[in-house]
Design a protein around this ligand. Structure first.
Ligand SMILES: *Cc1c(COP(=O)(O)O)cnc(C)c1O
Length: 359
């Protein structure tokens, strides 16, 4: 059986280093916000080509805290509208809602799965104050067109980069990350971060993530407890230097899928061949998705669906059920994610290609 994602095998090469770190960690006895978090923040900021990185508890909190920080700084107010793709993982939308803001959903470009910049301006009102752009499956959204709209309407622009570690940074106000184990840079538990060039924003997020306090027992904001765990930061520091090579391997897997899969029943994803894609997922489309998934499983290939139900049709999103996003809905009915990771072997890729071509 070829697993969809074998995280244990991905982490295996780092195991000795993890164990050495754990020994040092136990020796030091410093468990929260220590040297490892500080060092990881500096290293990840530098990796992203940005000035500041603030570690937080997870990717959802990274979004919530970023928007909450803008509210504390007086740059956003409760009820402000934030443009967000309709076709995303629900966490993007939850991050906006939990900050007391109003998500305004926009349909994707069916070619790239990412927000369609041509459809954004029709959704902008006097209340629109920002955009949360998602690089879905690891593919850079149409940032040039999006930034132009942001400048024209004076909007904050935040990137949900939870699936996009290692993409080139395009000058947004902030970029949020998740280090959930299955992401391109995954911890051995939960973790997240916000990366920005805005010192005030970074300081406010740091404070909000630690009870709204900058100096112990003095609280400036009604804060949260959402800190990047010291041990997870230590593990992430071990994995970060391999991220670029791993993304390169993911692109190599994708290139083989794209050039070798030949089946009329299957639509392959768009890829321009550049570094603007880190292939968190390799997502194909087909009208009889469940049938194909079953066929692949019977032939020893595990796949996943990202995602089976559109956010606006989820039980949790009752207020949005009356809305219709036909492109998003169709994508949710048709997508199937093939095995994708930096450790797939050439033989496994050949096997997957052959089985799909015989379908
Ligand atoms: C994973 C993910 C998140 C949430 O990250 P967590 O660390 O699981 O909270 C947010 N947005 C997107 C697009 C994601 O893929």
């Amino acid at each position: 059986m070829i697993k969809f994602l074998d995280i244990k095998a991905i982490n295996a090469p780092f195991e000795t280093a993890f164990q050495e770190k754990l020994a040092t960690f136990l020796e030091k006895g410093w468990y929260i916000l220590g040297d490892e978090v500080t060092a990881f923040e500096a290293e990840f900021a530098s990796y992203c080509g940005s000035k500041y990185c603030v570690g937080v508890g997870n990717g959802l909190d990274a979004i919530i805290l970023t928007f909450k920080a803008y509210v504390e700084l007086g740059m956003l107010h409760e009820g402000d509208e934030i443009v967000v793709p309709a076709n995303t993982y629900i966490a993007s939308i939850l991050g906006i809602l939990h900050a007391g803001l109003v998500p305004v959903l926009v349909e994707p470009d069916p070619e790239t799965f990412n927000i369609d910049p041509k459809r954004i301006e029709a959704k902008i009102t006097a209340k629109t104050k920002g955009m949360l752009i998602v690089h879905l499956y690891g593919q850079l959204a149409a940032m040039d067109a999006i930034m132009e709209i942001a400048y024209k309407h004076d909007l904050l622009i935040i990137e949900d980069a939870a699936q996009a570690h290692g993409l080139p940074f395009k000058g947004s106000h902030a970029r949020t990350f998740s280090f959930y184990p299955g992401k391109n840079l995954g911890a051995l538990g939960d973790g997240g971060a916000v990366v920005t060039n805005d010192e005030k924003l970074a300081k406010t997020i740091k404070s909000l993530s630690n009870y709204g306090s900058q100096q112990k027992y003095y609280n400036d904001y009604l804060g949260f407890n959402s800190r990047l765990d010291e041990l997870q930061a230590a593990f992430l520091r071990i994995k970060l230097p391999s991220l670029a090579t791993e993304n390169e391997k993911r692109r190599a897997v994708a290139k083989r899928y794209l050039s070798e899969i030949k089946n009329d029943k299957i639509v392959l994803p768009f890829y321009d061949g550049s570094d603007n894609h880190v292939f968190h997922l390799f997502v194909i489309r087909t009208s009889k998705r469940d049938e194909l998934q079953q066929y692949l499983l019977e032939n020893g290939i595990q796949t996943m669906i990202h995602y089976p139900v559109a956010p606006h049709q989820q039980k949790a999103m009752l207020d949005y059920h009356h809305l219709s996003f036909p492109i998003t809905e169709q994508i949710h009915d048709e997508v199937l994610s093939l095995p994708m990771s930096s450790i797939l072997t050439e033989e496994e890729i050949t096997f997957i290609v052959n089985i799909i071509n015989a379908y």
